[in-house]
Write a protein that binds this ligand. Structure first.
Ligand SMILES: [Zn+2]
Length: 476
């Protein structure tokens, strides 16, 4: 425990797995490509869930649960959907020792099963909108896996909605993208670029896909959440129709949207450093760790008395932990909790007891601040807020410092090869240019950002007139 982790600058990918192992977030499962989420990692997920679930409910959604098994025939009803997911499907052919009449797919996403139910539930315009979310696991058979970022099975939430009009569904897709932006920026301190996915990058079965893209510490992009306007594709495939006010049959308009445990990977990579994890206070399972420092029984009694008082004062407002293990030295504990990314450490020794103080150490800046124990809870609250904001500022500066706007392809290639980062470049909209860029530089179009440059010129690749500006980057 608390081994030295590989420095980020030496090998970013090793650093990433070292942090996950040493901070006890996750481990490799017996089945290749699967992941065990350990209690500390799961506690982060629980905080993510809570933060999002609250927002979903505030925007009118309710939770439900649909089965893990989907009849194979359902997957085949929407042509693009099955084509997109076919290579990743896990299929159950036997049950109870017998060959099944129809194979069952282990859900890779639940559009088909949920929409088959919507078809039963929707009869009239009065039944709309349906605003449902589910928290569950999904399975996608991936060949190249990485903890949190890409695993055979992962946890997520998937929202599925049905509306009377296209405008309403469009608005819903954008509203939920806004929910993800708000969560990413305010709770996870991760700045994101929202935009529309290109035709080749969009979800299999969507009319329009939106995403938020974040820059990781190695300047690669991570798609952190998506929201899709599905049009009437699934409505037509599953026959979801309602009688409108004029008593005429109409197909519904739909959306789906999701955020997964992949987001934990983003938190690790955006904020972490060579000492390990750095967690944004709002999502940290432990916001303050209290480390008592003493020698001999007499000091111990004094110090532990003060620690109890402090714990009582903090207990109502913060998630805290007292590390009073006697078999570990304070120095060892400092390293241990730094590795785990706890935003604030509070030290109390004989000196602090005598002076009525506590010593606070910030994980983000590693700055130490002596504060009075009177009014401590208020001070801790202020500092945690400041850590939360500082993490965002730092990540935003990193994003800005490594973002380029250009239209020269030579420069494009040079930056991707030598520096990495995000490139905003004008693009003709033709998939063949996107493909050529990807095969020549390994950079993909991440999204067509909502914020577009004023003056569009020539496509960065072919030189024809540009239709819009896209963000290109190497991505996870
Ligand atoms: Zn072009």
């Amino acid at each position: 425990m608390v081994e030295k982790i590989t420095p980020r600058s030496e090998d970013y990918s090793r650093w990433y797995t070292d942090v996950i192992q040493e901070a006890e977030l996750a481990d490799y499962a017996p089945v290749k490509g699967c992941m065990v989420i350990r209690p500390y990692g799961y506690a982060i997920w629980e905080n993510i869930k809570e933060a999002l679930d609250k927002r979903f409910k505030e925007t009118g959604h309710v939770n439900a649960y649909f089965p893990l098994f989907i009849p194979m025939g359902f997957m085949q009803k929407e042509a693009e959907h099955v084509e997109g997911f076919a290579p990743q499907l896990a299929v159950v052919t036997h049950g109870g020792g017998k060959k099944l009449e129809e194979p069952l797919v282990v859900r890779p996403t639940s559009e088909t099963i949920i929409n088959s139910m919507f078809a039963k539930w929707v009869k009239s315009y009065r039944d709309l909108p349906i605003l449902i979310n589910q928290w569950c696991n999904v399975v996608r058979w991936e060949m190249r896996t990485r903890l949190f970022l890409r695993t055979l099975e992962f946890l997520w939430q998937e929202g599925h909605t049905a509306h009377a009009t296209a405008v309403e569904a469009e608005e819903e897709a954008r509203r939920m993208l806004d929910v993800y932006i708000d969560f990413a920026e305010n709770d996870a301190s991760i700045p994101v670029i929202p935009g529309r996915k290109s035709e080749s990058e969009k979800f299999a079965g969507a009319v329009t896909s939106y995403s938020i893209e974040a820059m990781m510490g190695d300047k690669r992009a991570l798609q952190s959440a998506t929201s899709h306007f599905l049009g009437q594709k699934f409505a037509k495939a599953f026959g979801i129709q309602y009688l409108d006010k004029n008593n005429e049959l109409q197909y519904v308009w739909q959306t789906s949207w999701g955020l997964s445990t992949r987001f934990i990977g983003a938190i690790i990579m955006v904020h972490g450093d060579d000492q390990g994890l750095i967690l944004p206070p709002k999502l940290a399972p432990i916001q303050v760790v209290i480390v008592p420092i003493w020698k001999g029984e007499e000091e111990k009694e004094e110090v532990m008395g003060a620690v109890k008082e402090v714990a009582k004062a903090l207990g109502k407002r913060f998630r805290y932990k007292v590390d009073d293990r006697e078999e570990r030295t304070p120095g060892w504990k400092f390293n241990y909790w730094e590795m785990k990314g706890v935003p604030l450490r509070l030290e109390i020794g004989p000196k602090e007891v005598a002076e009525g103080q506590a010593l606070l150490a910030r994980r983000d800046t590693r700055e130490k601040i002596a504060v009075s124990r009177e009014g401590l809870s208020e001070r801790v609250s202020e500092i945690l807020d400041d850590v939360q904001r500082n993490l965002f500022r730092r990540a935003k500066k990193f994003l800005d410092d490594n973002t380029y706007r250009l239209e020269d392809y030579g420069e494009f290639k040079r930056i991707i090869e030598e520096k990495g980062g995000f490139i905003y470049a004008p693009w003709c909209g033709d998939a063949s240019c996107e493909e050529a860029i990807q095969s020549e530089t390994k950079a993909t179009s991440r999204c067509i950002p909502f914020e577009q440059s004023e003056k569009l010129k020539r496509c960065v690749y072919c030189g024809r007139e540009a239709r819009e500006e896209a963000v290109f980057a190497k991505a996870y």
